[in-house]
Design a protein around this ligand. Structure first.
Ligand code: ATP
Ligand code: MG
Length: 253
C-alpha cells in the first residue's frame, strides 16, 4: 500500500487583496525527505511556506482556495487551531532572531510554555536538539550565556534547535543560509541532511546549488505557479519544462 504523504497540497490558490501570489499549486510530500523550493524573486516561495503554517492568516485580505492536508487533516478546516498547527509545522526564517535570553532558555522556551518543567527532561532536550542542529560542541560550556552573543551562523542553528524542541511534524526553512558564510552554511546543510531521518523538511533557497546539494526532490516556482516538481538530480539535469531549464542554467532569475 502506498504511504500517505505527510503533506498534500491540492490545487492551492492564494489571494491577498487583489494580488494572487499562488495559482493552482498541487504537490505531495512524502515523509523523511528534504524538499527544495526554488524560483526567482516574487515567484511565491515565501507565500507558499507561510500558507503551510497559516502565518498568512494574520493578513487582513488573505484567502485560499484548494486544500492543504497535513497527515490527512485539512489545515484550513474551521476546527483546526492555528496555534496548535504552528507547533506541528515549525518555521525557521532567513534572519535568525534569538530571544533575549540564554542559549538554554531559547531552546526550551516553547516546551516550557506547553508546561514542561522537569529539569532533567529539559536538560536532555537542550543537548539533543543542539546536537541535532550541529551546535552542541560549540556552546555546551556556555549554555547560560545570552543567545544574542552567538555568531549569525550559530544563531541560525540555535533557531533550528528551538524549532526542533517542539517536535514538529514538518519543518519549513525560508532561505536559512542567505546571510551565512560557507562554513556556517555547510553546518546547516549537514544538519538538514541528518535531520531527515526523523523529520520532513521544506527548504526555500535562492541558491540553486544548495537545492542540488541537499534536496531529495525540488519544486520550481515561477510567477505563482509550480512549473515542475520531482527528483532533484533529474530536475537539474534533464528538466521536463524549458522554463526550468532556463532557470537552473542561469538564463533568467
Ligand atoms: N502581504 C502581501 N500583500 C500583497 N502582496 C504580497 C504580500 N506578500 C507577498 N505578496 C506578493 O506575492 C508575490 C510573491 O511573493 P513572495 O514573498 O511569496 O515571493 P518569494 O518567491 O518568496 O520571493 P523572494 O525570493 O524575493 O523571497 C509577490 O508579487 C509579492 O509582491
Ligand atoms: Mg521569499
Amino acid at each position: 500500500m502506498p504511504t500517505l504523504p505527510i503533506l498534500s497540497v491540492r490545487n492551492l490558490s492564494v489571494f491577498i487583496g487583489q494580488v494572487q501570489p499562488l495559482r493552482g499549486v498541487s504537490l505531495d510530500i512524502p515523509a523523511n525527505r528534504v524538499i527544495g523550493i526554488i524560483g526567482p524573486a516574487g515567484s511565491g516561495k515565501t507565500t507558499f511556506l507561510r500558507t503551510l503554517n497559516r502565518l498568512n492568516d494574520l493578513l487582513p485580505d488573505f484567502r485560499t482556495e484548494g486544500q492543504v492536508l497535513l497527515n490527512g487533516e485539512d489545515i484550513y478546516h474551521p476546527n483546526m487551531n492555528a496555534v496548535a498547527l504552528r507547533k506541528r509545522v515549525g518555521m525557521v526564517f532567513a534572519l535568525p532572531i534569538p530571544l533575549p535570553m540564554s542559549i538554554y532558555d531559547n531552546v526550551v522556551y516553547g516546551p516550557r510554555l506547553t508546561g514542561i518543567r522537569d529539569r532533567a527532561r529539559l536538560d536532555a532536550m537542550v543537548e539533543h536538539t543542539l546536537t541535532a542542529a550541529f551546535l552542541w560542541d560549540e556552546v555546551k560550556d556556555r549554555l547560560h550565556t545570552s543567545g544574542m552573543r552567538l555568531s549569525g551562523g550559530q544563531q541560525q542553528r540555535l533557531c533550528l534547535a528551538r524549532t526542533l524542541a517542539m517536535e514538529p511534524e514538518l519543518i519549513l526553512l525560508d532561505e536559512p543560509c542567505s546571510g551565512l558564510d560557507p562554513i556556517s552554511t555547510a553546518r546547516i546543510e549537514d544538519a538538514l541532511t541528518a535531520l531527515k531521518a526523523r523529520y520532513t523538511i521544506i527548504l526555500v533557497t535562492n541558491n540553486t546549488k544548495q537545492a542540488a546539494r541537499v534536496a531529495d526532490d525540488t519544486a520550481f516556482f515561477l510567477m505563482g505557479e509550480l512549473v515542475e516538481y520531482g527528483n532533484t538530480r533529474q530536475l537539474f539535469t534533464v528538466p521536463r519544462d524549458s522554463r526550468t531549464n532556463d532557470y537552473v542554467t542561469g538564463r533568467f532569475g
